[in-house]
Design a protein around this ligand. Structure first.
Ligand SMILES: [Cu+2]
Length: 674
């Protein structure tokens, strides 16, 4: 049978996939092209022959040997579809809506259980035409990230796939008008709020489309719904939850200090939510995102979450911290007064399926997103769609997001502060002396205009011509720079170099003590290097930071390059962009001030001998592993995230007593509009 079909394919010629019948997946270019096509205008019917054919002719459950689970997942989804239980098309989708999430995950499950690329693509095409488009896009993104079949594929920037979630109503309306009147347009996207709202000074951070892609991708890489039955364990997921969000929090604070604002205060369940928020953002289907006035007081959200539960769960978590152990569902005690404690704590606070006792500790983070998001209509009187807080794409727009995360960050800090400070031996590296820290190039930031495509924000039809529509937005960037470290080593050693940038003064200009300041440090880089015996001059470029990712290529670039590569004429380096989790490299530096804002540049060189694959990491430069790990592998660093600044430092002399740790004061200059 296979042979006959193969002959047929050859006869049909080039339009069929070359590897249609092979068990090994097609080359990257073909896979990239197919994913581009599946995501192209996701709210409209498929328009590529082979995918259209799959959607029309493929019978997902006809041959259950195509699936790792013998078709269990696909039969379940088909049954839901036949019973008309699935969310309609042209309706908003929110991951925080339990039923909608279940539906998206049913499709994800089908894709993950597909044994071959062909099966996965046939299913993707089939269900794309039958399930809600938001659920489809989510399931496809998650599957490309987590399935072996997706390796190397660059996911198109979400701000061009689902632009409504990344730009504002004003821009969307203009794009529609442009399409209706057949007049190409480029529309400038302003940040929400007016100058009367001091929060607007830092809106460029929370509304940055690249930062939002990082945030949404982080939650795709480490989903709270992840079950190890999908194929592997997400190493140190709970700790990464803490660390990635801690870093968002300290970065936001550094931007606030750069703009003469106090660092963000935490959220309190029994006090008004000081800042209101008017998102000026609209759903593609389902109206405007809800607005919250200033000083709203928390109310229970009918049938979903009560304020009281938040307080109870919080106090159970704080009890666990104070007692030094978590109580698992079976009553056993999990010791958390150690380096691994933070991982368990992250699991119970988010919470994820890794939580040892979600019944008892609840889901502080996820419930907080929902309760905070629903305060515009807690009793459901106005039938409003979900708020910005109920999507990872949009959550950081709301200043209350950072209050919420400061609140959780302080709980994590309470735990870290309950651990004994590191001893000089624990943070030392005998025989290694960091003798000088330098930076080549001025640390200088600026704003630049960035343009992205809005074509997919507006509907298309065969009778109306395509019109070029795009948005321009101002975004933070910086000049490249290079660190230079002089390290003298008594013998040859594998070393890890950790670089932090810590605001030196609070908003009143008062210098932080080392102990106050260490919790506000921005992780700038972490890399492995081989030290030779004697003097070493280590140079490290800012563009190589393992915290960051380069700009994602535009959707159009991915389309053009994949098509060219399939035709055999592109040397586009897809692999370079394969990960979109990571702080955008252009945001590596906080804005700083025109006269130069002072920061402590803290550097710690420690032993890398016991780290996972330090050899491989000594050559790696682009992997954004510090806040996003490495797909399917163990987190590369055996030390706690944030080491050695994650625990109390009663006296900076302890830190500096080891020759391998040092800091210097640097200034970050903002040179204004570019
Ligand atoms: Cu988050």
């Amino acid at each position: 049978m296979k042979l006959v079909l193969a002959v047929l394919c050859l006869a049909v010629g080039a339009s069929a996939w070359p590897q249609w019948l092979s068990d090994s997946p097609p080359d990257l270019a073909h896979r990239q092209q197919t994913v581009n096509r599946l995501l192209y205008r996701s709210t409209e019917p498929l328009r590529f022959d082979e995918l259209e054919a799959a959607a029309a002719n493929f019978h997902p459950d006809a041959d259950t040997s195509l699936y790792k689970d013998d078709g269990v997942a696909v039969k379940r989804l088909l049954k839901e579809l036949e019973d008309h239980r699935l969310l309609e098309k042209h309706h908003w989708f929110s991951l925080f809506n339990t039923r909608q999430r279940e539906e998206a995950l049913m499709l994800f499950d089908v894709l993950m259980n597909s044994k071959t690329w062909e099966t996965a693509v046939n299913n993707a095409a089939y269900f794309r035409e039958r399930v809600n488009e938001g659920e489809f896009v989510y399931a496809l993104y998650a599957a490309v990230i987590h399935s072996d079949l997706g390796t190397g594929i660059v996911l198109p920037p979400l701000y061009e796939v689902t632009p409504h979630m990344f730009t504002n109503s004003e821009v969307i309306q203009k794009a529609y008008t442009a399409k209706m009147t057949q007049t190409p347009g480029k529309f400038s996207m302003e940040f929400t709020g007016s100058k009367k709202n001091s929060e607007q000074r830092v809106a460029y951070f929370g509304e940055d489309i690249g930062m939002n892609v990082h945030h949404v991708t982080w939650h795709l890489d480490f989903p709270f719904w992840w079950n190890d039955a999908y194929g592997y364990h997400l190493d140190r997921k709970g700790e990464l939850f803490f660390w990635a969000h801690h870093q968002l929090t300290v970065r936001f604070d550094a931007e606030r200090l750069s703009n003469n604002l106090d660092v963000v205060d935490e959220l309190y369940w029994d006090r008004p939510i000081k800042e209101g928020f008017a998102p000026h953002t609209t759903y593609r289907y389902g109206g405007e995102f809800p607005t919250r006035p200033d000083n709203a007081r928390f109310e229970d959200v009918d049938g979903i979450v009560r304020v009281r539960d938040m307080i109870i769960h919080e106090s159970r978590i704080r009890d666990a911290i104070a007692q030094g152990y978590i109580t698992a569902a079976d009553g056993t005690k999990i010791d958390i007064r150690n380096s691994e404690g933070i991982d368990h704590l992250g699991d119970i606070i988010e919470s994820s399926l890794y939580s040892p006792n979600a019944q008892y500790y609840g889901a502080l983070h996820n419930s907080a997103h929902v309760i905070l998001g629903r305060q515009a209509d807690p009793h459901g009187k106005f039938n409003l769609p979900p708020s910005v807080m109920e999507h990872f794409e949009t959550a950081t727009r709301d200043p209350a997001f950072f209050r919420l995360h400061k609140y959780m960050d302080n709980i994590f800090k309470e735990h870290k502060d309950s651990l004994p400070p590191y001893t000089a031996e624990e943070i030392g590296f005998p025989g290694v002396h960091l003798t000088s820290i330098g930076v080549e190039g001025k640390l200088e930031t600026f704003f630049e205009d960035f343009e992205f495509d809005l074509r997919m924000a507006v509907d298309s039809s065969e009778s109306v011509k395509e019109v070029a529509v795009s948005a321009t937005v101002s975004r933070l960037n910086h000049n490249d720079f290079t660190y230079e470290f002089d390290i003298k080593s008594d013998v040859a050693k594998h070393a890890v170099v950790r670089v932090f940038l810590c605001p030196r003064r609070d908003s009143n200009g008062i210098i932080y003590t080392f102990e106050e300041g260490r919790w506000n440090c921005i992780e700038m880089d972490k890399f492995w290097t081989k030290l030779s015996a004697g003097d070493n001059v280590i140079k490290r470029k800012s563009s190589d930071s393992s915290v960051t990712v380069p700009d994602v290529p535009s959707f159009q670039t991915l389309i053009t390059e994949a098509d060219k590569a399939v035709a055999g004429s592109s040397d586009f380096d897809f692999a370079h962009y394969a990960r979109s989790c990571g702080i955008p490299n252009r945001m590596l530096l906080p804005k700083g001030t025109e006269n130069g804002m002072e920061f402590a540049l803290v550097v710690s060189v420690t032993d890398g001998e016991s780290d996972e694959q330090h050899d491989a990491l000594e050559d790696a430069t682009t992997e954004s592993h510090t806040q996003c790990g490495i797909h399917g592998e163990k987190y590369p660093d055996h030390q706690p995230m944030g080491f050695p600044l994650d625990r109390p430092i009663p006296d900076e002399r302890v830190f500096l007593s080891s020759d391998n740790n040092a800091y210097t004061i640097v200034k970050v200059y903002f040179k204004g509009e570019h």
